[in-house]
Design a protein around this ligand. Structure first.
Ligand code: HEM
Length: 470
C-alpha cells in the first residue's frame, strides 16, 4: 500500500474502534454515564418501550436492561430525550427526595402543549401554582363532606348501568363512574347532556397526550390541543358564572371543589383555576377507572377474596349511606385495591429533569438529562415482593411493604395530590359492586395491555349474578 495512505488508514481504524467502543462499551461505576444503549437516531428506544406496554409486559423493558446493564440505573433514549432510568427502592428514594435540589418534574412536549394554556407558560409553571393551592381541597379532612355524594352517585351509576343486566362491559362503565364523580365533586355538573358535551373532548385530549406530537390538522395531537382549548373555554365560562352566583347566595359555598377554590383564592385568575380543574379532571379520570376495572377482574378471578369483601359489605344496613367511618373500616378492601395498584399501576412511572450535574451510584448524570422512575422495578421485583405475580392482599397488612417499594402514586413533593380522593371513590365502587353481585369473566384469559394505562383488550365483559340477600 502506498505510504501516503497509511496515516489516513490509521485515522479510519481509530475512528472505527472508538465508535465500536461507544456502541458496545459497558460503563462501570465511576467511569462515566450509566450503561445502556440509546437506540435509533431521534426515536431512540421509544418504540420498544411503548410496544412492550402494548403487548402487556411493560416491566420487560426495565428488567431486560437492569439485567444487562445495571440494576440501579441505565441509560436509554425516550421521547426524543437522553434518559436515565432509575430502578429499585434506592432509585425511587433518590428521585423523590431530591425534587428541586437535583431534579425537577419534567413533562413530555405533548403534555406541555396540551395542558398549558398559552405559549407563554409551560405546564411546569402551571403545576407549581396548582401544587400550592391543592392541599386545601384534596386532603382527607376536606374530602369528608363528599363521601355521601360519591355514595349517591355510585347508587345511581349501578342502578342505571349494572342492575337487572346479565352481562356488562366493565371498562366503559368504570370510566362513566369516575367521570360522573369528578364532574359532580369539582363542578356540580350532573346533567347527562352536559356530561356528554365534555365526554368526547376528554377522550380526544387523552388520545392527544399519548400521540406522536405532530400538530397538523386531523392528527390526534392536533385534536387533543383543540379539545383542551374547548374544555378550558367551557370551564372559564362556568367559573365566571360561579363568581357571580357565589356572592348572591345562588349557589352554596361548600357544594363543590370549585366553590371552595374560589372562596379561598381571591386573586387567582379564572384561567389558572380552569387549568387546575382541567388537570384534576384528567388526572382523576383514566387512572381510577383503570383501577376499578382491574378490581372487577381480580374479584371475578379470585373468589376467596370476593367472599372476604362481601363480609365487610354485610355489616351495612340496606339503603344506609356510607360514612367516613365506614370507609376507614374497609382496611381489607383497601389492601385488595393496593394489590391491584401494585400489579396494574395506572401510571407506570414519571419523568424528572436533572437541574445540575450529579453522580448517582458512581455514574455521572449530566444536567438536562431526563430521569425516569417507574413502578415496575419494585412492584414486580421478587427482591421486594416475594412471588411478585401472585395476587396477595396480605402484603399490605401490618407495616406493609418496605419504604419506596410500593409507589403507585409516586412519592416526595410531587406525589399524586389525588391519592385520598382516589382511595375514597375506589372503596365506594367496591362496596356497591360486592353488595350487589357475584362475578364471572366472559373471557377468562382476556389480555390486559398498557396504552398507556392498563386496560382489558375486550373492555372486560362480565357475567353478573345478583345476590338474593346479603
Ligand atoms: C388510582 C388513581 C391514581 C393514581 C395511581 C395516580 C398516580 C399518579 C402519579 C404516579 C402521578 C405522578 C407523580 C410524579 O410525577 O412523580 C400523579 C400525578 C397527578 N395526579 Fe394522580 N393518580 C391517581 C388519581 C388521581 C386523582 C383522583 C386526581 C385528582 C383528583 C389526580 C391528580 C393528579 C395530578 C393533578 C397530578 C400532577 C401533579 C403535579 O403536577 O405535581 N390523580 N398521579
Amino acid at each position: 500500500m502506498d505510504i501516503f495512505y497509511m496515516p489516513l488508514l490509521c485515522l479510519l481504524v481509530t475512528l472505527l474502534l472508538s465508535s465500536l467502543r461507544f456502541l458496545f462499551h459497558k460503563s462501570k461505576p465511576g467511569t462515566g454515564l450509566p450503561p445502556g444503549r440509546t437506540g435509533w437516531p431521534v426515536i431512540g428506544e421509544s418504540l420498544e418501550f411503548f410496544s412492550m406496554g402494548r403487548k402487556g409486559h411493560p416491566e420487560k423493558f426495565i428488567f431486560d436492561r437492569m439485567a444487562k446493564y445495571s440494576p440501579a440505573v441505565f441509560r436509554t433514549h425516550l421521547l426524543g430525550e437522553r434518559t436515565a432510568v432509575f430502578c429499585g427502592a434506592t432509585g425511587n428514594k433518590f428521585l423523590f427526595s431530591n425534587e428541586n435540589k437535583l431534579v425537577q418534574s419534567w413533562w413530555p412536549f405533548s403534555v406541555d402543549k396540551i395542558f398549558s394554556s398559552s405559549i407563554r407558560t409551560s405546564y411546569k409553571e402551571e403545576s407549581i401554582k396548582m401544587r400550592k393551592m391543592l392541599p386545601n381541597f384534596l386532603q382527607p379532612e376536606a374530602l369528608h363532606r363528599y363521601i355521601g355524594i360519591m355514595d349517591h352517585i355510585a347508587r345511581h351509576h349501578f342502578a342505571d348501568g349494572w342492575d337487572n343486566k346479565k352481562e356488562v362491559v366493565v371498562f366503559p362503565l368504570a370510566k362513566n363512574y369516575t367521570f360522573r364523580i369528578a364532574f359532580r365533586l369539582f363542578l356540580s355538573i350532573e346533567d347527562p347532556k352536559q356530561l356528554d358535551k365534555f365526554a368526547k373532548p376528554f377522550n380526544l385530549l387523552a388520545s392527544g397526550v399519548i400521540s406522536i406530537p405532530i400538530d397538523l390538522p386531523g392528527t390526534p395531537f392536533n385534536k387533543g390541543i383543540k379539545a383542551s382549548n374547548f374544555i378550558r373555554k367551557e370551564l372559564v365560562a362556568i367559573i365566571k358564572q360561579r363568581k357571580l352566583d357565589l356572592p348572591n347566595g345562588k349557589v352554596s359555598s361548600s357544594q363543590d371543589i370549585l366553590s371552595q377554590m374560589l372562596l379561598t383564592s381571591d386573586d387567582t385568575q379564572e384561567l389558572d383555576i380552569a387549568n387546575m380543574i382541567l388537570a384534576l379532571l384528567t388526572g382523576s379520570h383514566d387512572t381510577a377507572s383503570s383501577v376499578c376495572t382491574s378490581i372487577v377482574k381480580y374479584l371475578a378471578e379470585l373468589p376467596h377474596i370476593y367472599e372476604q369483601q362481601v363480609k365487610i359489605a354485610r355489616s351495612k344496613a340496606a339503603g344506609e349511606l356510607l360514612s367516613w367511618e365506614d370507609l376507614q373500616k374497609m382496611k381489607y378492601s383497601w389492601n385488595v385495591a393496593c394489590e391491584v395498584l401494585r400489579l396494574a399501576s395506572p401510571l407506570q412511572g414519571a419523568f424528572r429533569e436533572a437541574i445540575a450535574d450529579f453522580t448517582y451510584n458512581g455514574f455521572s448524570i449530566p444536567k438536562g438529562w431526563k430521569l425516569y422512575w417507574n413502578t415496575n422495578s419494585t412492584h414486580k421485583n421478587p427482591e421486594f415482593f416475594a412471588e411478585p405475580t401472585r395476587f396477595d392482599p396480605s402484603r399490605f397488612e401490618g407495616s406493609g411493604p418496605a419504604p419506596y417499594t410500593f409507589v403507585p402514586f409516586g412519592g416526595g413533593a410531587r406525589m399524586c395530590p389525588g391519592k385520598e380522593y382516589a382511595r375514597l371513590e375506589i372503596l365506594v365502587f367496591m362496596h356497591h359492586l360486592v353488595t350487589r353481585f357475584k362475578l364471572e369473566m366472559v373471557f377468562p384469559d382476556e389480555k390486559i395491555v398498557m396504552d398507556p394505562t392498563p386496560f382489558p383488550t375486550k373492555g372486560l365483559p362480565i357475567r353478573l349474578f345478583p345476590h338474593t340477600s346479603i
